[in-house]
Design a protein. Structure first.
Lengths: 342, 100
């Protein structure tokens, strides 16, 4: 032990303490000592902050390398539209984004050191944007998104995530070419085409959730979340279509920042706080600055059944109003089809 | 345990003081990582891409945890110096270009 007394300033070399902090190698007492020193020594706080920023840049760098490597392996790197990832990483950093990153990093440091999340103007600004998007999503007209998987899924890497039961399930129908219809923040219809060219359809109408697999009975459940797991971002409880319901999940699980994407569009960027949580590593939401309407989403390194999808994109293609019963299962199958309730 | 308000303020002030050109540093970092020896890059990939703990890495590489900590520390220090050098070079080039 190289620290002094409980809660006192650290006595080991600062670089060593910071390195072990970054690599989760500190004891609780050593964390507490560092906390005391943060108060006493502004230069120490500066160094911790710089090291955290650098650590996050390293994480982002390797996430990009992994994604690009996956694309090149399947020979479809051109799908990235001149390097969508690189582009997003080179956008000019606005003051809002800097502040947001600052807030995210501050939150990270404080949560890890003190189990305490500070409230700051920047964090509040991002939370307000999130709230604005979610409110708009909840009240928006019907929307249709086209889903494109920019490269095939890769096997989940050993040791990266805890193994769960769903990891052993058979592969799911591909999301590539799928259509997602959304009404408000709660009703959806997800249509995925199978290899037989038949459609596997899941959905929810706020009364029940349901799944229509070709050649099988229709499954219906009163549990509204029963069949929403295949919605991009929803696997492992990262709710994007009902963020108004519990935006705290996003705020807790992700570093969030907001920056201008163009004169009319804003971009919300979310990077996962911990590798142990199981949502996508990073996602981006492009939305209209004036209304908060979502037009484009990208998910990087997204869990999907036993696989990870390096990059999945969703583009708003239509805002046409559908029939009132469109989000009910009866709309999508013959009346005499066998229905099983779960 | 809860941080005292003055400690929270200290951290926030540190973030406020941090004037970091994140976009520039990302580009520089990519170049610097590319210049690392393969073994160093592999070690970083285990830590940052695969998210392995030092314990996992030490088992994989048959090293002690301390050795992994020290290696990561050295590599990060080297990278930080390299990124700083790139940033200063870019800044110098910008100034030089502006004055000519």
């Amino acid at each position: 032990m190289s620290t002094s007394e409980h809660g006192g300033p650290i006595s080991e070399p600062i670089e060593s303490w910071i390195d072990r902090y970054l690599d989760s190698g500190l004891s609780q007492n050593e964390l507490e000592c560092g906390g005391a020193q943060l108060v006493a020594d502004p230069q120490f706080a500066d160094r911790v902050v710089r090291a955290c920023v650098f650590d996050i840049l390293l994480e982002e760098h390797f996430a990009v390398v992994a994604a690009e490597s996956s694309f090149s392996q399947v020979g479809r790197s051109q799908v990235l539209d001149d390097g969508a990832i690189a582009k997003t990483h080179r956008d000019p950093r606005s003051r809002m984004r800097r502040w947001s990153m600052v807030a995210a990093l501050a939150a990270s440091v404080l949560v890890m050191l003190f189990w305490f999340l500070p409230s700051r103007g920047a964090a509040n600004a991002v939370a307000k944007e999130l709230q604005r998007i979610s409110q708009r999503t909840a009240n928006a007209p019907d929307r249709e998104f086209a889903i494109r998987v920019a490269s095939q899924g890769t096997s989940r890497r050993k040791g990266r995530y805890p193994v769960l039961a769903e990891d052993t399930r058979p592969p799911k129908p591909s999301l590539d070419g799928a259509k997602l219809f959304v009404r408000g923040g709660r009703q959806f219809v997800l249509m995925r085409q199978m290899e037989t060219e038949e459609w596997f359809i899941t959905g929810s109408d706020r009364v029940s959730s349901w799944a229509i697999r070709p050649g099988s009975p229709v499954r219906v459940s009163d549990d509204l979340s029963r069949f929403d797991r295949d919605l991009p971002g929803h696997e492992h409880a990262v709710p994007l279509w009902n963020i108004d319901e519990d935006s705290s999940i996003l705020l807790d699980a992700y570093y969030l920042s907001v920056e201008p994407a163009s004169e009319t569009m804003m971009k919300l960027i979310a990077v996962k706080r911990s590798k142990q949580s199981r949502g996508p590593f990073r996602f981006e939401i492009d939305y209209r600055a004036d209304t908060g309407d979502i037009e484009y989403l990208r998910f990087y390194d997204m869990p999907y059944g036993p696989d990870h999808i390096p990059l999945l994109e969703m583009e708003l293609v239509d805002s046409e109003l559908h029939a009132p019963e469109f989000f009910s299962h009866q709309f999508h199958h013959e009346a005499d089809r066998l229905v099983e309730r779960e | 345990m809860v941080l005292e308000p003055d400690a929270i303020e200290a951290i926030c002030k540190a973030f406020d003081r941090e004037e970091c050109d994140t976009a520039g540093r990302r580009d520089a970092l990519a170049e610097c990582v590319g210049g690392l020896p393969t073994r160093s890059r592999e070690l970083l990939a285990m830590r940052y891409e695969k998210g392995w703990s030092c314990e996992d890495i030490s088992k994989q590489l048959l090293l002690s945890c301390d050795a992994v900590y020290q290696s990561l520390s050295r590599i990060r220090a080297k990278l930080a110096a390299c990124v700083d050098w790139h940033m200063k070079s870019a800044e110098h080039q910008q100034l030089h270009g502006g004055s000519s």
